[in-house]
Design a protein around this ligand. Sequence first.
Ligand code: PGA
Length: 243
Amino acid sequence: MKNKTLIFNWKMNPLTAEEAVDLASASDYKNVVIAPPFIFLNEIGKLFKNAKLGAQDLYWEEKGAFTGEVSAKQLAEAGVSYAIIGHSERRHKMGETDGMTAKKVLAAIKNNLTAVLCIGETEQERAEGKTNQILERQLVNGLSLAKAEGILNDSNLLIAYEPVWAIGTGKAQTAEGAMETSAFIKSLLKKEIDMDIRVLYGGSVTSQNLGEFLGYNEISGALVGGASLKKDEVKKMAEIIEK
Ligand code: PGA
C-alpha cells in the first residue's frame, strides 16, 4: 500500500535480548517502524535491512544531569529515526503533560527524528461529548513549540489517533469512526499549520482489522501494540502493508 506506515510499539516487552532479536528478525519489513524498549535499540538496530528504528519516548535536553532519561540526540546517534511522543500510557500512567509533549516534539524534530505525536480521548471524555475538544487541545499544545520555530513539515511529523479506551482492550474503534476522526484531525492540522500531515490509527489493531483502517485515504497507517509482539500477526500485517 502506497505511503502507509506501520509502527510497532513493543512497550515494556519482551523480557530478554534474545527474544527481542528473534521478534525483530521476524519484523524486518519495509514501511515498518519498530519501537522496542531503549535497552534493545542497539542490538536490534544492527540487524535491520528494511525496518526502521523508533523510540517510545525521549527527553528534550541534549545531555546532562537527567537521571533515567534518554535524549533525542542520543537516540538519533543510535540510529533511531522515529519517536513516539505523548503515548496515552505516558500521559495517564506517568503524568506526562501537553507542555512536555511540546518540548519533546521540538527536540525530536531538531534532531532529525520524525515525531509521532499521539492524541486521544478517554472513555469518559468520549461519553461527555468532549472528544474533539480534547484532540484539539492535545494537538495544538503538542505542536506549539515546533510551530513557533517554523520547523514542522509533512515528513517530520505524524499524528497517531489513539482513543484511550481502544488501547489494549480488544475494542478497536470502527474503521469508519477512525476515518472520520482522522479527517477531523487533518482539518485541524490544515487550520493550525496549513499542512497535509499523515494520521495513523492506533488501538487494538490486528491483522484482522488492519486492512479496513488502511482502506481509507484519511488513515495513513497504524500504531500497533499487542499484535506486534506475535510473529504470526506481524507477518500477516506486513503482507497487508506491503501489497
Ligand atoms: P494495542 O496498543 O495495539 O495493544 O491496543 C496500541 C498502542 O498502545 O499504541
